[in-house]
Design a protein around this ligand. Sequence first.
Ligand code: HEM
Length: 687
Amino acid sequence: MATSDLASPQTAEPDRSPVSRGDSSTSAIFFLCALIAGIVAVALAGLSMTEALTQLGVSDPGEITNRGLPFLRAAGEIVAVVAVGSLLLAAFLVPPQKSGVLDVDGYRAVRMASTASAIWAAIALVMVPMELSAASGMKISEAMQPANALDGLEQVNKSGAWLAVAIIAILVAVFSRLVLRWGWVPFLLAGSILSILPLAITGHAAAGGGHDYGVNSLAFHLVGASLWAGGLFAVLAHARRRGAYSDVVIRRYSHMATVAFVVVALSGIVNALVRVPLGALFTTTYGLLIVGKVAALLVLGIIGYLQRRSSVRALQDDPTARGPLIRLASVEAIVFAATFGLAVALGAAPTPTPEQGAAVPSDTAMALGYDLNGPFTLGKMMFEWRFDLIFGTAAIVLFVVYLLGVRRLRQRGDAWKMGRTISWGLGCAALLITTSSGVGKYMTAMFSVHMGAHMALSMLVPVLFVLGTPITLALRALRPAGKNGIPGPREWLLIGLQSKFSKFITHPVVAATLFVGGFYGLYLGGIYNIIVPMHTGHVLMNVHFLLSGYLFYWIVLGLDPAPRKLAPVTRLGIVMATLPLHAFFGIALMMTDTVMGLEFYNRLALPWVPDLLADQKTGGGITWAAGELPLLLIMTALAVQWFRADDREAKQHDRRALRDHDEELVAHNRMFQELARRDAEEQRNRG
Ligand code: HEM
């Protein structure tokens, strides 16, 4: 593997052979951490095992399941976060070569991620029958019989979730073996995080009242914890291999770890509050384990602070001074391992019962995560808020980050149009209102409200966001790579914009298919029926509406830099082509006689929605009416842009003509002057 030609490494004699001696001893440390996590999980889960079995109402599945399940889960999570951290290091902590090929440090990290993902996949496959054994009380040998294991996949949600983990992890393992170019690594990183997320629906979070908060906060918690702990493991491995750019690596990791600390703390507290009344904090095993988690967080926070004070500073002064970093990071890795063990024991411990102060959820709360207080009205829409942890938080963060970008431009003395800031702010407000006001609360329960929210998320919010030209702002506000030439966020954004992937998704046919074709696939293709009962189904739908809408309006409005520059006439053509498809979808929805999501809506049995078909037809009407308006607005805006572009061209033509004409005039004058000079000369000669 070639050495970096991007910038000269700032370390003395880094070990740059593809397979380093440091790798095997680092693997031994990771193995030890996995072992510690597993042992802590088994020991702490054992404290409440009998109570847990009684609460579940199943017979004892035997020692292998009772001990194997927490052990493998905790050890597996350590392995999984090693994969996440290694890919994080290769993607954003160490630079690739200028050619875009991974440098030796990135390459080694990706190889480590591949091995870790393969082990994580193997563990996930073993967890499929284990979860069946735990849920049914059958012995593991019985649960492993193919017929039973297949039944388990259908009947036990947790087994299905582990299969999803295994499939994603196998894909990450295989592709990490093949990849040599940096451009693929961020996708692998996303894949490795995705391989952990199904765990969010395998703990207590997915069930009972408040499960929307439970699953969303656990998703944040898992992402934060895996980047934080995984990043630390990867930094440790990098330092032990004497990798290059240690000072840059630790500085970047340190910034990220601070954010992860806050995310893990807040999401952990929200998740705990969903099911632990404060009174049960010190009187139940579950509550005491939470207290243990808070203590672990504080210890990790203190170690992180010491890292910043000693190791980070030492490395900034001398990039070869890795000793303090390695020592402290080794201790931190062990604390992380024990905390993961504690986390798994928490997931296995019985939650406080109603006698211990926990609330008894209603049927509606079991289905949606919360109760609904009568029919959907304007008053409820405006005043009955339930903050959406994912989209509400996204709206606030996006607004703050945008304002920080504008502030940086202003501080530099650069202008930024107020209209763009207002448009972005309105987009964030629309996102917050749609997902967190009464609309967000009722959209999961009523088809008509769902369609109204769908229109807002795929039409209104994206148009407002695109008018805020965030890419232009980012390119102007982010600092270019420093003197050392190490790529940073601005370069990553530019590479992303110029990548083949961006070119592909911004192709008009692809963008329009995702935008309008998504409607047909989702509702008329039967996907809605499958995902409507799931909380994650609603989250994924919202993500799809926002992203496909943003993609479509990004290329149609053409205000921000994009991988493809389309002429206004082409953009107008795209909108004209999609307009009838959109209208037809609304009409088809109004005419269909089959109720979508029938089973789920019947189960909810809301007394104020007696006729599900009528509610669906209202949804179709909203789609038809709401969908036309923004599209017509866009068409008008495009026509104006087109006209202006024509006008601009005409003016340019006039200016060119005028300039050319001036030049002609000057040339003529010069010619006449020359003629006059020659005539005068001739006359003088004759005279
Ligand atoms: C304020 C401190 C913390 C609190 C209140 C907290 C709370 C929680 C809660 C309530 C759960 C859900 C368990 C269940 O399903 O019942 C959880 C899971 C988890 N926590 Fe924490 N936590 C905290 C800190 C941490 C830290 C520092 C880490 C490690 C970096 C961590 C890693 C995890 C992991 C990996 C899970 C998922 C475990 C699994 O389901 O297998 N937590 N935490």
